[in-house]
Design a protein around this ligand. Sequence first.
Ligand SMILES: NC(=O)c1ccc[n+]([C@@H]2O[C@H](COP(=O)([O-])OP(=O)(O)OC[C@H]3O[C@@H](n4cnc5c(N)ncnc54)[C@H](O)[C@@H]3O)[C@@H](O)[C@H]2O)c1
Length: 439
Amino acid sequence: MKIAVVGTGYVGLVSAACFAELGHDVIGIDIDAKKVAMLQSGKSPIFEPGLEELIVRNLQSKRLTFTTDLVSALSNVQIVFSAVATPPGEGHKADLRAVFTVAESVATNVDHPIIFVNKSTVPVGTGKLCEEKIQKILKDRGVAFEIPVVSNPEFLREGMAVPDTMMPDRIVVGVNGDENAKKQMEELYRPITRIGKPLVWMSRESAEIVKYASNAFLATKISFINMISELSEKTGANIRDIAKGMGLDDRIGGRFLHAGIGYGGSCFPKDVKALLATGKEYDVDMSIIEATDKINMRQRKRFFDAFLKALPKNAKVAVWGLSFKPKTDDMREAPSLDLIPELLKAGHSVKVFDPAAMEVSKPLLPKETEFMNDHVSAVKDADALIVLTEWDLFRGVNLKEIKGLMKGSLLFDGRNVYEPKEVEAVGLTYRGIGIPSSL
Ligand SMILES: NC(=O)c1ccc[n+]([C@@H]2O[C@H](COP(=O)([O-])OP(=O)(O)OC[C@H]3O[C@@H](n4cnc5c(N)ncnc54)[C@H](O)[C@@H]3O)[C@@H](O)[C@H]2O)c1
């Protein structure tokens, strides 16, 4: 099939590359000319394992191309995906300007029937609004065809985006009655449904809600275990044992039960808040989600306050991990963006290292932040080390060597990466989350 994907960010680019890998002819469109130039030369603008190989292979086979020119990209396409960002807007509602701009530009310029698929995370009712805007433009243009709007929310995880797209747990498609749209979506995803992955049909409204409900549920699981971690700390219990004891129950499951400094990233914080805004709009009590958001901020603050309190005056601090989670360079709502300015403001000096997010984070962090070439040089002469992202590299370090390089002995583990006993055996003073520790 011939498809266009508008917006080549984390979602659009991965979708475009994977659709091409699955045999479709794909054109990716973005307003960011620098990004498009990089993509045309086979370079991925984002760090995502396995993605660049897919881009290069499919550029070579000519199944994947990139452009900034939406109008020419529309010729002969059957399906247009919109995968533009929906960042928090007024009152934490999703800002839908980019989605509507794309829908309107497509309606203004397309000269044949297509299906418009919304892949961005959008509040319930957005598909209907898009369809109304599109139909109005088509009517004003006096063209005879219609453009149905389909909801196809994305569930990929950054860092796992390629396997998540090629082998998703499920594909959710919301269509309101249009049989042709259904047929085309079925054909598009056939290479994936053929390997047994379920495509779940539902109304457009349900599909729009599935995305928010899923993210809010996962965020709630994280906040739940983080709430219990505070109780664990105050009672001398161990959150790892508690999570294991809970997670082995099939009804609960062990995933998303890892205590830490809370969730960040481009999706959970904004989607939780946007769902709250939708609840308000429809007068639905969403107090569970309200608590999820509140506990998330509290958890981060509790740990950072304890760290700041434990530091000597004018301390040298090493920060390991800048991105909001491992295997990505995404810095949106990353805890490092909160902590580092606070440390500098309090008179400490800060050396940082991240395996993927160094370049991206430079413009986002204060200029006094020292960016080091590796994790080892960041800890040299440091009074304290704090781990903010659980990159594999940090799990495997030789703690004795690290202690030998440091001047002080504080290790704050914001992701419960280490065993307290092992850390303390090399002479470091450890604080994790919800686990008995010396601080
Ligand atoms: N990042 C994730 O892990 C993830 C996962 C699931 C769903 N989502 C959702 O997918 C959507 C996209 O997220 P993202 O992380 O890929 O965003 P992103 O910011 O990485 O990418 C958006 C891209 O759209 C481009 N763009 C903006 N306006 C445009 C226009 N008018 N025409 C063409 N291109 C335009 C931008 O230049 C950018 O490259 C959001 O709604 C998000 O909530 C994201």
